[in-house]
Design a protein around this ligand. Structure first.
Ligand SMILES: [Zn+2]
Length: 443
């Protein structure tokens, strides 16, 4: 292994042998179970109802077999039932919190969660690894929207900047379209990195205004955003900006940062490293919630191993992914996950689960449907016989021809029968910052 391939923010943690990692995880899992059982009414009641004595958990297998999973709707329900804004998950006196953040609220009322002073140190560590992992270095100038920390993830990003000594050039907060503010700042504020907000909006803005980003920001090394790209999307973003587009993730709820390392970027693998000394990572069968076998798709389930304030234990995140635990070419030993999308944004077509991202990856190769809104139609009764896709498009002469071309491309790539419908953009609703990727219909 070359020295360069061990280039990481915290090699001791990030390249820890997996055996050691497992031991550390077990120790931290036991500590967190004791902590939540003692201090959180949400977990105490949940475990009592399941007949679980957390002190009886002696191994990782015990943990996976006996400790029940949770999801954000349970916390929300508990919040409504009790009037406690944390839904019984807060494990410290409220005076110990140094900040409270919220989730996006894409699927309803946002959850709130917080950090203590000690938690903040871990959050900084985790987000510094992420920023380093996608190419940030001390002294870099980073154009970033971050003044208001509107989301737990944004708070983490800013903390990582301060910790690493990256200079944030803060632009006004607008998640929807940051580009006017970005280009207003050039060309004299020549930055190394720019966060894009919604990548497709940046393309639209650049095209409509006939801009050449490199003329504005000659020093620019990369753009990045916590929006997972498909291969097609990344290609368009990179072509337009003239520099790499690096993806990070993953969630504000538990301040979880993940990233695609240099090695995975070079392979265009779109795989995210998860910090496993900080989170216990599982993939579960979406219905039975049993751990899936190696190489099988499953729903991401995380256990927070570091937080004092609001740690979630066996938290099901709804994202469907594949895991690779082999040591990465970058030298990191922590698991890499490749995301397929959300179960809620997929349909089972004759036994094959098709995700909206896979459809997007095909449709966005065509100029008429690049960055257009698209939507899967899922019948309540699954599986369904055909993949039904609705997409908006640029005006064309021959709509029938376009429909045929797109349906053929989808059929070729996904190997299932396809029915394609062209619709106006307004016919596909947006929810928060995301469009509605799937609608459920009766037959
Ligand atoms: Zn790697």
């Amino acid at each position: 292994m070359t020295a360069e391939r061990m280039d990481m923010y915290n090699p001791e943690a990030e390249a820890m042998p997996r055996g050691e990692l497992r031991e550390l995880q077990l120790k931290l899992i036991k500590r967190q179970l004791r902590h939540v059982n003692r201090n959180s009414s949400f977990f105490r009641e949940k475990y009592r109802a399941a007949g679980l004595n957390p002190a009886g958990i002696k191994s990782i297998a015990d943990f996976q077999n006996y400790v029940p999973t949770m999801d954000k709707d349970e916390v929300r329900a508990e919040r409504e039932r009790t009037g406690d804004p944390f839904g019984g998950t807060l494990c410290v006196p409220i005076e110990k919190l140094v900040e409270v953040n919220r989730s996006t609220g894409t699927t309803g009322k946002p959850n709130i969660f917080g950090i203590t002073g000690r938690d903040k140190k871990w959050m900084e560590e985790a987000f510094s690894r992420m920023l380093y992992g996608v190419g940030f270095r001390k002294g870099d100038r980073s154009m970033v929207q971050g003044g208001s920390r509107w989301h737990g993830f944004v708070h983490g990003v800013m903390s990582g900047h301060y910790k690493m000594g990256i200079i944030p050039y803060i632009i006004p907060d607008s998640t929807f379209d940051m580009m006017p503010s970005v280009f207003q700042m050039g060309p004299d504020t020549d930055v190394d990195a720019i966060t894009l907000g919604w990548p497709e909006l940046s393309i639209k803005y650049i095209r409509e205004n006939g801009l050449i980003p490199k003329n504005y920001f000659p020093r620019l090394r990369f753009t990045w955003m916590a929006i997972n790209a498909t291969a097609s999307q990344r290609e368009i973003v990179e072509e337009t900006w003239g520099v790499p587009y690096r993806v990070v993730g993953h969630s504000g709820d538990q301040y979880v940062p993940t990233f695609e390392c240099d090695y995975c970027y070079e392979k265009n693998a779109l795989e995210h490293h998860f910090p496993e000394d900080l989170f216990f990572v599982e993939l579960l069968h979406p219905e039975t919630h049993e751990p899936v076998g190696p190489g099988e798709l499953g729903e991401l389930c995380l256990t927070n191993l570091w937080a004092q304030a609001t740690p979630y234990i066996r938290y099901r995140m709804e994202d469907i992914a594949l895991a690779d635990e082999e040591r990465c070419g970058c030298g990191r030993t922590h698991v890499r996950l490749k995301f397929k999308g959300r179960m809620a944004w997929s349909a089972n077509v004759g036994g094959v689960q098709i995700f909206s991202d896979e459809v997007e990856n095909v449709l966005w190769r065509f100029q008429e449907t690049t960055f257009q809104r698209l939507q899967l139609v899922r019948f309540r009764r699954q599986p369904q016989e055909k993949l039904i896709v609705r997409t908006s498009h640029l005006p064309v002469q021959d709509e029938r021809g376009l429909m045929q071309k797109l349906a053929d491309a989808l059929q070729d790539e996904l190997k299932v029968p396809v029915e394609l419908e062209l619709v106006g953009e307004e016919e596909i609703a947006t929810k928060g910052i995301k469009f509605e990727k799937c609608v459920v219909k009766e037959e």
